[in-house]
Design a protein around this ligand. Structure first.
Ligand code: DGT
Ligand code: MG
Ligand code: MG
Length: 257
């Protein structure tokens, strides 16, 4: 077909191809989830329904986009990692990040009632997204460590803060008491005043969620003869492990191939 005289406008499009031979991280984050969590009565400091829904969405994104090797999520954010050799959408940044965030958000709405039951979805949730390239294994590990350290710092603070508030302090008093405290001080308050050993809190809250493609035995029906067949398949699965230390990377050494 002949080009129309309007076709030249295509040349106004900016090239946003990401640097080759680098890990691509796409991070999505809930927009205004401070208000969203209040409107939908999220439990404090952690709402298991909200975390499970976020994990469900990340798993659906990974089922759809086979190139993603790992995802890490905490609070209202999720990071998706693409390998260095990935050529999905010719590594175009906006195509990659918009596809991931759109898939995530539509899954969030579709699965809302499965996780939140009678709590109605009051307005459409929205997520932003960005892409960042990391050239070395160490850079990628440091990025993921940064997010997991953020999870730890926020969770320790929030656990202590809400223990004080549930104990009768006002939010201003609790904030005042925690001002300038170090981790060891918050651990001490939790242990001495509330008999909570922080290290015994469920790992999903302390460590966040990592989605890996783990080999699992799955049963399917053969289309040829209708018989059940069992086979090993890589299935996106949530684990709640420490991803800062070396042990995780030794156990999953294929991730940084
Ligand atoms: P943003 O991202 O700049 O649009 O602003 P926000 O409001 O989304 O802030 P952000 O992303 O820094 O922090 C996430 C908010 O979501 C934070 O206020 C706590 C809330 N949130 C996330 N997960 C939970 C949860 O499980 N329980 C409760 N109560 N709040 C949660
Ligand atoms: Mg947010
Ligand atoms: Mg956030």
């Amino acid at each position: 077909m002949a080009n129309s005289k309007y076709e030249y406008v295509r040349h106004f499009e900016q090239n946003d191809t990401l640097l080759p031979n680098t890990y691509i991280v796409i991070r999505i984050d809930g927009r205004g989830f401070h208000r969203f969590s209040q409107t939908h009565h999220f439990a404090k400091p952690n709402d298991r329904r909200a975390i499970d829904l976020m994990n469900h969405c990340a798993i659906q994104v990974m089922i759809d986009l086979h190139d993603i090797i790992l995802a890490y999520g905490q609070s209202d954010e999720y990071s998706f990692v693409l390998p260095k050799a990935c050529n999905l959408y010719s590594r175009r940044a906006s195509k990659l990040s918009s596809t991931v965030v759109s898939l995530f958000a539509s899954n969030y709405v579709m699965a809302w009632s499965r996780f939140f039951g009678d709590e109605p979805l009051q307005y459409p949730p929205c997520f932003d997204s960005r892409t960042v390239c990391y050239p070395s294994d160490q850079n990628l590990r440091d990025y993921l460590s940064w997010r997991q350290a953020d999870c730890h710092i926020n969770n320790l603070y929030n656990t202590t803060f809400w223990s004080l508030v549930h104990d009768g302090k006002t939010e201003i008093e609790a904030e005042e008491k925690l001002k300038g405290t170090f981790s060891k001080d918050k651990n001490e308050i939790l242990f001495t005043d509330y008999n909570i050993n922080y290290n015994n809190i469920e790992p999903i809250y302390r460590k966040g969620s990592t989605i890996l493609r783990l080999k699992k035995m799955v049963t399917s029906i053969s289309p040829r003869n209708g018989e059940q067949v069992q086979r090993l398949k890589k299935v996106p699965t949530a684990v709640y492990e420490d991803i800062i230390g070396q042990a995780f990377w030794d156990e999953h050494s294929d991730l940084l191939a």
